[in-house]
Design a binder for this molecule. Structure first.
Ligand SMILES: Nc1ccn([C@@H]2O[C@H](COP(=O)(O)OP(=O)(O)OP(=O)(O)O)[C@@H](O)[C@H]2O)c(=O)n1
Ligand SMILES: Nc1nc2c(ncn2[C@@H]2O[C@H](COP(=O)(O)OP(=O)(O)O)[C@@H](O)[C@H]2O)c(=O)[nH]1
Length: 252
């Protein structure tokens, strides 16, 4: 159930009465989170899930970048942390993200990059009931190789890998043609600290979702080998009617 004070859409099949006295049946909505260390394939897999199951993909990183670009109060504040290579504090992240989720009462979604701390997980929990959490468990050597080859189009967040999914033109974004960049913190020397930090922060979140019975962990070195398992799990969890967000079915 997404609770936003004024509207409350249950997280299962629900009925509401329209102006003409018709009832509309709201198809079951689906809300999921994908977690994993940097380079584990969260972005790549969420993109596939979003396309295959017609879910809205929400990326907290993209959302932070949009707010920075639009100069919103929270964006300006977030920028001061990101520029120093720090995580944005919980109260700023929740101020950015939760109102966005509250706009999504009628959509099925998959969130990438949030929650990153237990406090964020608790804030999310008080806003909506998640159906499923995907946790990616990828060996360190694999992460190191992938990140040293990761190139990003900063304006859109589109991600490339020179071996796995190279751009059509080397060094250029496929859509805009603009130059691609590499993040300093994708370099191997920054990775060890980032991974340690991820493990420390993720453990209590993973324990929380495990205790709720919604955690599904996938291990491996190749996205293409993990993907069929995720695909078949989601096919059993997402009813076909919710694959296109809320359905409105007139019921006399
Ligand atoms: N819950 C979140 C999500 C994002 N950020 C901030 O926004 C930045 C961009 O987020 P993201 O696009 O998720 O990038 P990465 O940190 O590079 O994540 P990953 O390598 O796992 O894709 C992060 O570095 C961090 O400073 C944050 O503080 N808290
Ligand atoms: N070689 C290889 N690269 C991959 C694979 N899966 C994803 N990548 C690349 O690895 C990098 C990290 O993936 P990304 O989806 O950005 O991970 P995230 O940091 O968890 O969001 C990107 O450059 C991807 O293109 C894979 O199976 N093999």
């Amino acid at each position: 159930m997404l609770r936003n004070g004024t509207a409350s859409v249950r997280n299962d099949t629900d009925t509401v009465r329209g102006v003409a006295g018709y009832k509309w049946r709201m198809a079951k909505l689906f809300r999921a989170v994908i977690m994993g260390p940097p380079g584990s394939g969260k972005g790549t897999i969420s993109e596939r899930i979003a396309q295959r199951f017609a879910l809205t993909r929400l990326s907290s990183g993209d959302f932070v970048r949009e707010n920075i670009a639009a100069n919103t109060d929270a964006g300006v504040l977030a920028k001061t942390y990101i520029e120093r290579g720090l995580l944005v504090p919980d109260h700023v992240m929740t101020r950015l993200l939760l109102p966005r989720l509250e706009e999504m009462t009628r959509h099925s979604w998959l969130m990438d990059g949030f929650p990153r701390t237990l406090a964020q997980a608790k804030a999310l929990n008080s806003t909506c009931d998640l159906d499923l959490v995907i946790s990616l468990n990828i060996p360190y050597e694999t992460l190191k190789e992938r990140l040293s080859d990761r190139w990003i189009h900063p304006a859109s967040g589109r991600v490339y890998n020179m071996g796995f999914n190279p751009p059509h033109v080397q060094g250029r974004d496929d859509i805009s043609g603009e130059p691609l960049i590499q993040h300093d913190d994708d370099k191997p020397e920054a990775l060890v600290a980032r991974l340690r930090h991820y493990k420390d922060m993720a453990k209590p979140i993973i324990d929380l979702y495990k205790s709720k019975g919604i955690l599904h962990t996938f291990s491996g070195t190749e996205t293409d080998r993990i993907w069929p398992y995720i695909n078949s799990l989601l096919s059993t969890k997402i009813p076909s009617t919710s694959q296109t967000d809320t359905q409105r079915i007139p019921m006399p």
